[in-house]
Design a binder for this molecule. Structure first.
Ligand SMILES: [Zn+2]
Length: 170
């Protein structure tokens, strides 16, 4: 993705108040991030462990989503698969993140949940840039560009769910 600055990121959020978007903690070292290797910008809030954020291009617009992280920890023996990038993690490496829907649905308390790499580093797992003993990528015969395309497609579907109301209205 193209490099983003703080103003663009804060202006992109679709499912929280402007005040919340203004105050939330951005990732450190924005300028030094490996933007060309990111399909989306995702990060955990350094000051609020129950919060995560995701910013991506969606249907020609920059869309930011605030996510809630469950406070309970999963069993360390269980393996879970990220629904965006298909990376399998042991233990708490995948979390069920929930987003309030944008627009009227969100104001009524509607949320969308999906299992995502808990560090939101999907782009780096897909490219083999981030690895650990508890992470396995399925033995994929798919070329890298197809794996990236699949991640983007999965993300697109998730963002469409979050934006259902506002997309239909525009
Ligand atoms: Zn992932």
């Amino acid at each position: 993705m193209r490099p983003l600055n703080e103003t663009e990121i804060r202006a992109s959020f679709v499912n929280c108040s402007k005040g919340e978007a203004r105050r939330l903690n951005l990732p450190r070292g924005l300028a030094e991030l490996p933007w060309e290797e990111l399909d989306f910008l995702g990060w955990r809030d350094q000051g609020a462990p129950d919060r995560a954020y995701l910013v991506a291009e969606h249907r020609g617009e920059l869309v930011g989503v605030t996510l809630r992280v469950p406070s309970f920890r999963r069993s360390m023996t269980k393996t879970n698969v990220c629904s965006l990038c298909v990376t399998a993690h042991a233990g708490s490496g995948v979390a069920l993140l929930t987003a309030r829907r944008a627009g009227a649905a969100g104001r009524e308390g509607n949320t969308v949940g999906t299992y995502i790499c808990a560090d939101l580093a999907c782009s780096l797992y897909v490219r083999g840039r981030k690895k650990s003993a508890s992470v396995t990528r399925p033995d994929e015969s798919l070329p890298l560009e197809d794996q990236i395309a699949r991640t983007v497609l999965n993300l697109d579907a998730f963002l469409a769910q979050v934006r259902t109301d506002t997309l239909a209205a525009s």
